[in-house]
Design a protein around this ligand. Structure first.
Ligand code: HEM
Length: 377
């Protein structure tokens, strides 16, 4: 009896027996939403004593989104020429409503994003989350880190202030020592022999077009791999067949991820408002380099290392040796999932854990030495 009376009501409401609307039926008929359905209804996140690290990727993503939003806002006023860049940033900071805050948010979030990406990388490294089947998640992650460093390097020059000008000069000079291709890369980065307005326009193009495009594609691949494979479980739990509790991705894990975003936002706003990013003095290419010029903190460990390498090692130029070593280091980083055979076989790979700890201590020590011990670059 009830069925009979509900039919006209359902037809009136435009829903079928299962209560699905015509629009939903139309969409279901054309698109496969099963992956979304799985995400909302079935996807789970393993719970164990290292689960806290699962939030770092999300926090890095949050800062990336802040970069895109504040970057577009800055673009509305920024002018990428040596004549107008510094003045346009000054205008943003003094004339545009909350311009100083948007610029400060962009600068602070850039540094927090790179910091979060490093913590995310080391956390997935020590949790061996790069082992089969997540090799490409790792590779896309390392490339995302390199791109983040590229964002930092290209963005640094855009205010065209003294510090950034001379740091970019030193940074681009380093690639020139690489045999055969060094000179090409120097001219490619600088848009000529020296750091000029052409360098500014070129790095601006990288910063707002080339890097964002490549980064977006890599990030989508990275997140797709994560959604497809779900979160990894540290090998020690897998080996002992430990029965782990799991939490539904939606809404539990997602809400906690959002809580992480709110905490990250609070830290970001506090830093940007209490320690607004300074502008400094306009770059003067004819002025001598001020003493104590430092590259940005995430490059400092490399620069400090190059200082300790003697000018000549046997018959090889010391700086060249250093750069080649960092190049090989970067290559090894990408190849970690393919080099760590034990992790691939589900065995413990203590050697890689120790190597990771040594690299982490080396990077922190070199950075601290550079900031704490008086020196010039
Ligand atoms: C812009 C930079 C990056 C963003 C936005 C990002 C984002 C994410 C997100 C949202 C997740 C899922 C949640 C989580 O595990 O935290 C994730 C997982 C992962 N990421 Fe990243 N990531 C970035 C850089 C990196 C880097 C530098 C690496 C390694 C070198 C990396 C390797 C991984 C791996 C292996 C996983 C899987 C973790 C697991 O299954 O347990 N990511 N990433």
């Amino acid at each position: 009896m009830a069925e009979v009376t509900q039919e006209p009501q359902r037809a009136q409401a435009g829903v079928n027996e299962a209560g699905e609307s015509k629009l939903k039926l139309w969409l279901k008929d054309r698109y496969d939403f099963s992956a979304l359905g799985y995400l909302i209804k079935k996807k789970e996140v393993p719970q164990h004593r290292h689960s806290i690290w699962y939030y770092l990727g999300g926090i890095t993503l949050f800062f990336f989104i802040i970069q895109v939003v504040t970057g577009i806002m800055l673009l509305l006023y920024y002018r990428p020429t040596a004549e107008a860049a510094f003045e346009s940033v000054q205008f943003i900071m003094t004339e545009v409503k909350f311009g100083w805050l948007i610029r400060s948010l962009h600068s602070w979030s850039a540094n927090l994003m790179i910091g979060a990406a490093f913590v995310h990388m080391f956390s997935v490294f020590f949790m061996k989350a790069y082992r089969r089947p997540r090799e490409l998640t790792w590779v896309s992650g390392v490339l995302l880190l390199f791109l983040s460093l590229g964002f930092g390097f290209s963005g640094y020059l855009l205010p065209w202030n003294e510090l950034a000008y001379f740091a970019t000069k030193v940074g681009t000079e380093i690639v020139a020592v690489v045999p055969f291709v060094g000179d090409f890369f120097l001219k490619f980065l600088r848009g000529g022999e020296d750091v000029t307005g052409a360098t500014l326009t070129r790095l601006f193009g990288f910063h707002v077009a080339v890097l964002p495009m490549i980064c977006t594609i890599l990030l989508m691949a990275h997140l797709l791999f994560v959604q497809k494979q779900g979160m990894s479980v540290p090998p020690q739990f897998e080996r002992n067949d430990t029965k782990l509790k799991a939490m539904p991705f939606f809404p539990n894990f997602l809400l906690r991820d959002l809580l992480g975003w709110i905490v990250a936002l609070a830290v970001l706003i506090a830093a940007a408002a209490i320690f607004p990013w300074e502008l400094g003095v306009k770059a003067d290419p004819f002025a001598p380099a001020p003493s104590g010029i430092k590259p940005e903190w995430f490059f400092v460990f490399m620069f400090q290392t190059l200082k300790y390498i003697p000018a000549k090692v046997l018959f090889i130029d010391g700086e060249l040796l250093g750069i080649l070593a960092f190049g090989v280091g970067g290559g090894l980083l990408v190849a970690v999932p393919f080099l760590d055979k034990n992790a691939r076989l589900g065995k413990s790979s203590k050697l890689f854990t120790i190597a990771g700890i040594v690299v982490l201590i080396y990077m922190i020590a070199m950075t601290l030495v550079a900031y704490l011990l008086p020196q010039t670059f």
